[in-house]
Design a protein around this ligand. Structure first.
Ligand code: SAM
Length: 189
């Protein structure tokens, strides 16, 4: 009963953010690609998730909804205003996972994080994806899932990242086309 209520509140917040994104530019992952993200999170059943690029908390809530009580998402956002809005949305959504938003540049924050991550969602500055991944790599383990948004529309900006996950031999990686964009899902070997 309690869990049902918590899922309903999360859905409500997600629908509200989607409506805001239709009225104003708000680069959330959105419901279509979000479905793939939710599926990967559900499959991986992660205890700890690292998110790079919180914005207003849409994807963090989407992931947190799929995770179990006792699990945690560490989400990094460079802009204080966005992070504060995310904090409000996260409280309203009331998902099972604990979501901690850190305000700062991911390039500075990632090296300070303790412990390991079972899933990483990268969705910040497109030309920095490879730097985020390399900084996070010491905290990944065999089987960690790395999910990167915008691998279709920003493939040029992300070319070094895509080349790395596809050809370094460190990941098994696949591109999934979703509508006019796509996501790259890479599993650490
Ligand atoms: C595409 S939005 C994230 C959308 C969010 N993941 C979602 O689907 O709801 C990208 C976010 O990354 C943030 N960002 C950009 N560069 C960053 C950096 N170096 N460190 C942390 N956040 C960054 C931006 O301020 C923006 O809020």
């Amino acid at each position: 009963m309690t869990q049902q209520t918590s899922f309903d509140s999360a859905d409500l917040v997600l629908r509200e953010i989607e409506a805001q994104a239709e009225d104003a530019f708000l680069p959330i992952i959105g419901p279509d690609k979000g479905k793939y993200l939710a599926t990967e999170v559900h499959k991986a059943n992660p205890r700890r998730v690292l998110e790079v690029g919180t914005l207003v908390g849409y994807s963090a809530i989407l992931m947190g909804k799929e995770m179990q009580a006792g699990s945690e998402i560490v989400s990094i956002e460079i802009h204080r205003d966005e992070a504060e809005l995310a904090g409000e949305n996260i409280i309203s959504a009331n998902v099972p996972a604990k979501i901690k938003v850190i305000i700062g540049n991911a390039l500075d924050v990632i090296p300070t994080l303790q412990g390991s991550f079972d899933l990483v969602f990268i969705d910040a500055e497109k030309t920095e994806y490879l730097q985020y991944l390399k900084l996070a790599e010491p905290k990944l383990h065999m089987g960690t899932v790395v999910f990167a948004d915008n691998a279709g529309v920003f493939a040029t900006q992300m070319a070094d990242y895509l080349h790395y996950v596809r050809h370094s031999g460190l990941y098994e990686s696949q591109y999934i086309q979703v509508g006019g964009d796509g996501v790259e899902v890479s599993v650490k070997l």
